[in-house]
Design a protein around this ligand. Structure first.
Ligand code: TRP
Ligand code: ZN
Length: 881
C-alpha cells in the first residue's frame, strides 16, 4: 500500500501481500552519520501470486548500495528506486529466494524521530507505524510476519550496550575498539515491532518468575545516575506481569524483558517485542521530582506496553485500519489493571473525564472518525483518543453485555485461535459471538460509526399502579463523510434508587430487554415499564458510564442532588454533581455575557462542601468532587458561540462561591490532613495529597492571598505538594511577589532536570491571561527551550493550546498565530508532533464569531503554505473542511 503525499489509503482496497518474508537477518554497523544496514531476507512468493508480480518494497530516505538476489547483483534494469520505495521486477521463478540489501542512513540527522535516530547520544528506533522503512527496504506492513536475527556492531566506548528484540545469542570484541552483539527473536513479528538500542546507559535489574516457573531477566535502562528513579517502574512491571497471569491467563514468553528510557520520543512508549522503548517521562520517578499523577501514568503505561505482548504482538493487526484491535483492547486492559491496583471508582471517574475532554471533542468536530476508520492519508494521525479511549470503551461495553465469565471465555478463544496471526476486528468479535452465541452485528456499529450517540431519558412514576416508566430515545449525529447513521446497541446500567438510597426491587420490566441491571437500548425509542415499584424512585442511569454517550436527562434538580448524596454507584454520584455544576456554569457564563453577576444556589454549594468534607468517602473521590469542570469542559457543554473569557469569569465565580461556603471547614480540614509520614506513592496517600491541594486552591481563592500556597510550596518535601502549590500560585497569583519568587526558585532548583523543568514551562503556559501569549513567546527564547525535544514543545506549546482557553483563544488572535507559527516551524523537522499540535484548532467552529473568523483565517493561511508535510496537510485540511 503506497501513499504519495495526498493519496488516500482505503480499507476496501486491502490485498494480501504477493510476497512474504519468513526470515529477516539484519546487520548494523552503527555510526551517527553513516550507519550501514545489511538486510538478508528470505523472500517467499505467496500461494496464488503470479510469478511476474513485482516486489514492491517500502523505503524512505535510504541510500542504496547493494542489491543482490541469490548472491547475484540485480541489474539496473531489474529494479527502480522512487521516493517511497524500491520496485524489483527482475525476480527468479523459484518460490523462495534470498534478497540482500545494503543501505546507508544518518541517524544523527533524523529529527523526525521515526526509524533509527540518536537521542542524547543513544541510538534508538521507533518503527510504529511506518518507521521501519526508514531503516531498510522492506514489506513494511503489519501482516508480513518475520523471524528476526539482528547483529549490531558499534564502537564500544560510544555504545557499550547493544540491545534488540528477543533473546541474546552471542557477543564479542572486534578490532579498533568495536564490539558486537547478536539477538534473536523466535516469535514472528511485523516490522513495526522491531527495535534496536545502542549507547552508554545505566541499568536497574530484577527478575520475575512466571506462573509456570520460568525465570525472566528484567532490565530497565536509563541514563547513568538515574537508576534509582526506575524503581517504581520496575515494581509496576512486575505487578503488571503478575496481573496478566491472574486476570487473563497470559504469561510472558521470552527469557528477557528490557525497557529503555529515552528523552526524545514522539509518543508515550512503544511495545517492541521484548524491548519496550519509553519516553523517560513514563519511567523516571521519585518523591522529589515526580507527582502522584506521574506515578499513576508510569504504572499505567508500563502496564499498557507490557500487555501489548499478547494484545498486539502475539496477535497483531492485519492492516493499520485495525489499530484499535490492539490499542483499544490494550487500553481496556491497562484501565482494568489500574482499577484493580488502585480505587476502581476513582479510576473510572478519571477515565470518563479524560474521554470527555479528549475524545468527545474529536468525535464532535471535523476530525471525527470511526474507532475503526475506513480511510486515511497519514496513519500517524490515527493514533487518536477515538482509537485508544473510545476503542477501550467499546471493549468495556462488550464485557458489560456478555458478563465477566463470557467475556473472559471470548478472550481465551481469541488468544487460542489467533496466536501468531495478524487479524481484524471481525476476527475479534467472532470469538465473542462463538462463545456466547450472541449476534454482535448491531453492536459492531460502535467500531464503524463515528460520532457520540446521544440518549434522552425521561421517567414517570404512577403511585397507584406502582409502576415506573422510563422513556429512552437515541440519536447519532452526522459526522464528516457519514450523514446517515444506523441505530446502535447501547447498554445502560441502571438502578431505581429508593428514598433510603438503596435500589428498589421491581417485579417485571416490560418493553425492552433488561438484564442484570442493564437496559439494552437497540431501537430509536424504548419505553420500559417497571411494575411492582412500591415507592417513587429516582432513576440512576448509565451507571459507571456503561456506554460512551452524551446523556440528557430531563431530571429535576432535586433528583440530581439526591443522586449525588445517595446513589450506591460512586461514579453516578460524581456524575450527578458534575451535571449540576455544568448547568450552573452554563447559566453563569450566560449571565456574565449579559453583564450580570453570576449566582449559584445554596443547595449546590452546600452539597459540594458536604461531599468534600464527608469522612466516610475516599479522599481521592472527595478531591474529584471539588474539581469543578475545566473551562474546556464548560465550553464543550455550551457547544456553540463560545466566549472563553465569559467561561473563565463564570468558573472563577463558582470557585469563589464554593470557597465562601467552605470557609469554616476547608481550612481546618487542610490543617488536620497534614501528615509527617514519609512520602509513599500509593493510591490512598495520593488521594490525601490530591484533596489537600484542592482544598488549598479554595482556601487561597477565598482568602484572595497567596500566603498559604507559598507556605506549602516552601515546606513541601515532595513534588506533588510542591507542584500543587505552584499551580495555585501560577493560576491565581502569577503577578504577586510570592508567585514570581516561587517560579524563580523552582527553575533554580530544577534547571538540570528536564522532566521537572517541563512542569515549569507547563505551569506558565497555563496562566489564564491574555499576556500569557507574550510570555510563551519569551519562554520559547529561554536557553532550555528546544524544538527538537517533543516533551518540551508539548509542555509549552501543547499546554498553551490545549489547556489555556483564555490564552490560546485571546480575542486578538495572537494565540492562534503563535501556535500556527510554531507548527509550521516544527513541521520541517518533526511532522508527527507538528500535526498533533495542530489539532488544537479542531473546535474552531464552535467559537463566537470574532474568534471563529480569526481561527479560520489562521488555518487557511497555514493550509496555503507550500511544502507542508503529509501529516500536517492532512490535519489542517480536514479541520477546515
Ligand atoms: N503503540 C504505541 C502504544 O500505544 C504508540 C506509539 C509509540 C506510537 N510510538 C509511536 C504511535 C509513534 C505512532 C508513532 O503503546
Ligand atoms: Zn498501545
Amino acid at each position: 500500500m503506497r501513499t504519495e503525499n495526498g493519496q488516500v489509503v482505503r480499507l476496501e482496497d486491502y490485498k494480501p501481500s504477493p510476497y512474504l518474508i519468513p526470515e529477516t537477518r539484519l546487520d548494523f554497523q552503527l555510526d551517527p552519520h553513516e550507519t550501514l544496514v545489511t538486510a538478508t531476507l528470505k523472500l517467499e512468493r505467496s500461494e496464488g501470486a503470479s510469478v511476474d508480480a513485482p516486489l514492491e518494497l517500502d523505503g524512505e530516505e535510504l541510500r542504496l548500495e547493494t542489491l543482490k538476489i541469490d548472491g547475484c547483483d540485480v541489474p539496473a534494469s531489474g529494479y527502480e528506486q522512487h521516493p517511497d520505495g524500491l520496485t524489483i521486477t527482475c525476480l527468479p521463478a523459484s518460490r523462495t529466494f534470498e534478497l540482500v540489501i545494503r543501505t546507508r542512513i544518518a541517524p544523527a540527522l533524523n529529527k523526525a524521530l521515526m526509524g533509527l535516530y540518536v537521542s542524547n547520544g543513544v541510538f534508538c528506533t521507533q518503527c510504529e507505524a511506518e518507521g521501519f522503512r526508514r531503516i531498510t527496504y522492506f514489506l513494511d506492513r503489519p501482516d508480513v510476519l518475520s523471524v528476526y536475527t539482528v547483529r549490531i556492531e558499534a564502537d564500544r566506548k560510544i555504545a557499550p550496550l547493544l540491545l534488540s528484540n528477543g533473546n541474546p545469542v552471542s557477543k564479542g570484541e572486534l578490532e579498533n575498539g568495536r564490539h558486537f552483539a547478536v539477538w534473536q527473536d523466535p516469535f514472528p513479528k511485523p516490522s513495526y515491532l522491531f527495535a534496536l538500542v545502542a549507547g552508554d546507559l545505566g541499568v536497574l535489574r530484577d527478575s520475575f518468575e512466571t506462573a509456570s516457573g520460568r525465570t525472566v531477566e528484567l532490565g530497565i535502562y536509563v541514563e547513568h545516575g538515574k537508576e534509582a528513579r526506575a524503581t517504581y517502574a520496575m515494581d509496576a512491571l512486575k505487578r503488571s506481569m503478575r496481573w496478566d497471569e491472574k486476570r487473563f491467563g497470559r504469561e510472558y514468553d521470552l527469557d528477557v524483558f528490557n525497557i529503555v528510557a529515552v528523552s526524545d520520543f514522539n509518543a508515550g512508549a512503544m511495545e517492541n517485542k521484548g524491548l519496550n522503548v519509553f519516553n523517560d517521562k513514563y519511567v523516571l520517578a521519585d518523591a522529589d521530582t515526580a507527582t502522584d499523577v506521574d506515578f499513576a501514568n508510569i504504572e499505567a503505561i508500563i502496564a499498557h506496553e507490557y500487555f501489548h505482548n499478547w494484545t498486539g504482538n502475539r496477535i497483531t493487526c492485519r492492516d493499520w485500519f485495525q489499530l484499535c484491535l490492539k490499542e483499544g483492547l490494550t487500553v481496556f486492559r491497562d484501565h482494568e489493571f489500574s482499577a484493580d491496583e488502585r480505587s476502581r471508582a476513582v479510576k473510572r471517574i478519571a477515565e470518563v473525564r479524560a474521554l470527555r475532554s479528549h475524545q468527545f471533542p474529536e468525535d464532535q468536530g471535523p476530525l471525527a472518525h470511526p474507532v475503526r476508520p475506513r480511510r486515511y492519508r497519514e496513519i500517524n494521525n490515527f493514533y487518536t483518543a477515538t482509537v485508544y479511549e473510545k476503542g477501550s470503551e467499546v471493549v468495556r461495553m462488550l464485557q458489560t453485555i456478555l458478563g465477566d465469565a463470557l467475556f473472559r471465555a471470548g478472550m481465551d478463544l481469541y488468544f487460542e485461535r489467533h496466536d501468531g496471526q495478524a487479524v481484524t476486528i471481525e476476527d475479534f468479535l467472532k470469538a465473542f459471538e462463538d462463545v456466547s452465541e450472541c449476534d454482535l452485528g448491531q453492536f459492531s456499529l460502535w467500531y464503524h460509526q463515528a460520532g457520540t450517540p446521544s440518549v434522552t431519558v425521561s421517567s414517570r412514576y404512577d403511585a397507584r399502579a406502582a409502576t415506573f416508566t422510563v422513556e429512552l430515545e437515541q440519536s447519532v449525529p452526522p459526522t464528516p463523510s457519514e450523514n446517515r447513521k444506523r441505530l446502535m446497541h447501547i447498554p445502560l446500567s441502571f438502578g431505581l434508587v429508593g428514598p433510603d438510597g438503596s435500589d428498589l426491587p421491581y417485579r417485571s420490566a416490560e418493553g425492552a430487554s433488561v438484564e442484570n441491571g442493564v437496559i439494552h437500548l437497540r431501537k430509536r425509542h424504548h419505553t420500559v415499564t417497571f411494575t411492582g415499584v412500591e415507592a417513587r424512585p429516582v432513576l440512576s442511569i448509565n451507571r459507571g458510564f456503561s456506554a460512551p454517550i452524551a446523556l440528557s436527562t430531563q431530571s429535576r434538580v432535586e433528583d440530581r442532588l439526591f443522586l449525588a448524596r445517595h446513589d450506591s454507584d460512586p461514579f453516578s454520584r460524581w456524575q450527578a454533581l458534575t451535571s449540576l455544576f455544568n448547568d450552573a456554569l452554563i447559566a453563569a457564563s450566560k449571565a456574565v455575557r449579559g453583564g450580570k453577576k453570576p449566582v449559584f444556589t445554596e443547595d449546590l454549594l452546600t452539597l459540594a462542601v458536604n461531599l468534600a468534607t464527608d469522612a466516610s468517602l475516599e479522599e481521592a473521590f472527595r478531591a474529584l468532587v471539588l474539581t469543578v469542570p475545566a473551562e474546556a469542559d464548560i465550553a464543550r457543554e455550551i457547544g456553540r458561540d463560545i466566549d472563553p473569557d465569559a467561561i473563565h469569569a463564570a468558573r472563577m465565580a463558582l470557585l469563589r462561591s464554593i470557597a465562601e461556603s467552605g470557609r469554616d471547614v476547608f481550612r481546618s480540614l487542610y490543617d488536620n490532613m497534614r501528615t509527617q509520614a514519609p512520602f509513599s506513592p500509593d493510591a490512598a496517600s495520593a488521594g490525601r495529597r490530591a484533596l489537600r491541594s484542592t482544598l488549598l486552591e479554595f482556601i487561597a481563592v477565598g482568602e484572595r492571598s497567596p500566603r498559604l500556597a507559598k507556605q506549602q510550596f516552601d515546606e513541601a518535601d515532595n513534588m506533588t505538594e510542591r507542584a500543587g502549590a505552584l499551580t495555585v500560585l501560577a493560576q491565581h497569583f502569577y503577578d504577586t511577589q510570592e508567585g514570581r519568587s516561587a517560579l524563580i526558585a523552582f527553575e533554580e532548583r530544577y534547571r538540570d532536570n528536564p522532566l521537572v523543568l517541563d512542569k515549569w514551562f507547563q505551569l506558565q503556559a497555563m496562566v489564564p491571561a491574555h499576556e500569557t501569549v507574550l510570555n510563551v513567546r519569551k519562554l520559547m527564547r529561554h536557553g532550555h527551550f528546544s524544538m527538537a525535544n517533543p516533551n518540551r514543545v508539548r509542555a509549552l506549546i501543547g499546554t498553551f493550546s490545549m489547556a489555556n482557553q483564555t490564552g490560546f483563544h485571546a480575542a486578538d488572535g495572537e494565540g492562534y498565530r503563535l501556535v500556527a507559527e510554531t507548527v509550521t516551524e516544527l513541521d520541517r523537522q518533526n511532522p508527527q508532533v507538528a500535526a498533533r499540535l495542530a489539532t488544537a484548532f479542531r473546535s474552531w467552529r464552535s467559537l463566537e464569531k470574532g474568534r471563529r473568523e480569526l481561527a479560520r483565517s489562521t488555518l487557511a493561511e497555514l493550509s496555503s503554505r507550500k511544502s507542508l508535510s503529509r501529516d500536517l496537510a492532512d490535519i489542517v485540511e480536514r479541520t477546515l473542511a
